[in-house]
Ligand binder design. Structure first.
Ligand SMILES: [Zn+2]
Length: 403
């Protein structure tokens, strides 16, 4: 979790002069790189030899300037490739500089910056986690700020969270399997269908795209059709986003720990689904993951991403591996005899893995247990009742979800 907080700085005249001089040098380096079309780190030592004044600036800060040139050029050329009209990068005076990882230290009410010195800082609220970056900024209204970027550890957050929610019954964990046949299946047995209105709009989009491909290039009709396609495309996107917001809100409102599969890995293990349909699914899944994550963060809940390998194969009741073809929609375990829908089995495994990841052994639907009380995953698995009923999944449309 990344935290960004802004604090006021009160440099004295001497520090202020140094900061302004640093900004000037940063501008000089930025412009030099632009003019010479060079933006790799290795240019710094040479520059320092030719222009010794540059050494007044902390070298990581300078490196960052070079990275900014590189990033800006990248963005520009990407836009150019897309056929956008773009100008050249201009020389601009700089009003900020970035310390990354090193060169800074917060010491009580002082911010110590390499090459600058100690500057009084007003820490108006506690800084959480490890500081990754400090951006020193000067505003047009002649104020100085330090923008502190810090990263907190999710697992630590989780333990802090656990302490504040000591009552076991209030804890609810869920695993969600995102899939192709339905949008999702969760470990409480809820299946959410693909949104019908999105499908409808997608169909319309394909129709309009086909029409577009038949129009003569450069013709007035083609331009007109292109605008129609863009409009329908927007409609698809809007409807899809509404759907994803609705479903992610449902999970964040109703659960404390939400476990999902790490999609990067899911992609690698290969779905038989290919081409366009897969691309669309991937995009929605990624978006859904983002929505769940940021909503969970804002609500003080936790979303975790577990390794996807084997979630469909493992038996969620006994833990043994039960390989199956993609076409097999039902999980039938020859070892323990459990029978349940394939995606439901996956979602239960995802839930277990999420719980393991945060270090809690739990019995889903029945609160959670301290490590001392219930120790092995096998014990938990065998203690779950009612797993032999494949009818227990319950299909809904997103519009019927409770708030
Ligand atoms: Zn089994």
């Amino acid at each position: 979790m990344i935290e960004v907080t802004r604090f006021r700085l009160y440099p004295n005249k001497e520090a202020e002069d140094k900061l302004f001089s640093n900004f000037k040098i940063c501008s000089f380096v930025y412009n030099w790189c632009l003019e010479h079309n060079i933006w790799n780190d290795s240019v710094l030592p040479q520059l320092k030899e030719v222009y010794p004044d540059i050494k007044e600036v902390h070298s990581i800060v300078l490196q960052n300037v070079i990275h900014q040139v590189r990033d800006n050029i990248k963005v520009l050329s990407a836009l150019k490739k897309k056929g956008k009209k773009v100008g050249r990068l201009r020389h601009k005076p700089r009003h900020s500089m970035i310390y990354e990882q090193t060169g800074f230290k917060i010491d009580g009410n002082l911010l110590r910056l390499s090459r600058i010195g100690a500057i009084p800082i007003v820490i108006s609220r506690p800084i959480k986690g490890e500081i990754k970056q400090i951006i020193i900024k000067h505003t047009k209204t002649n104020n100085w700020f330090a923008v502190v970027v810090s990263r907190t550890n999710e697992i630590d957050d989780w333990f802090a969270f656990r302490k504040t929610y000591r009552k076991p019954v209030s804890f609810k964990a869920i695993g969600i399997d995102l899939n192709v046949s339905n949008f999702s299946t969760d470990s409480d047995g809820l299946v959410i269908e693909h949104p019908r209105n999105v499908r409808k709009a997608e169909k319309k989009l394909r129709r309009q795209q086909k029409k577009l491909s038949r129009k003569t290039r450069g013709s007035h009709n083609r331009n007109k059709q292109r605008r129609i396609v863009a409009k329908v495309h927007e409609k698809v996107e809007n409807r899809r986003n509404d759907f994803l917001h609705k479903v992610s809100r449902y999970y964040v409102n109703n659960y404390d720990l939400i476990s999902l599969e790490d999609l990067n890995i899911k992609g690698l293990i290969g779905m038989s689904n290919s081409g366009m349909a897969k691309a669309i699914h991937d995009a929605s899944w990624g978006k859904f993951d983002n929505y769940v994550q940021y909503k969970a963060e804002n609500a003080g809940k936790l979303a975790v991403f577990v390794i996807a390998k084997g979630t469909t194969i493992d038996c969620s009741a006994c833990g043994k591996a039960v390989p199956k073809e993609l076409s097999e929609r039902t999980h039938r375990c020859p070892y323990c005899g459990s029978v349940m829908p394939r995606d439901y089995n996956s979602s239960r495994n995802i839930n277990f893995r999420g719980l393991q990841m945060v270090g809690v052994w739990a019995q889903p639907n029945h609160g959670f247990f301290d490590n001392e009380k219930l120790n092995t995953l096998a014990e938990i698995r065998t203690s779950i009742l009612d797993i032999n009923n494949p009818e227990q999944v319950f299909v809904v449309e997103a519009k019927n979800l409770p708030p």
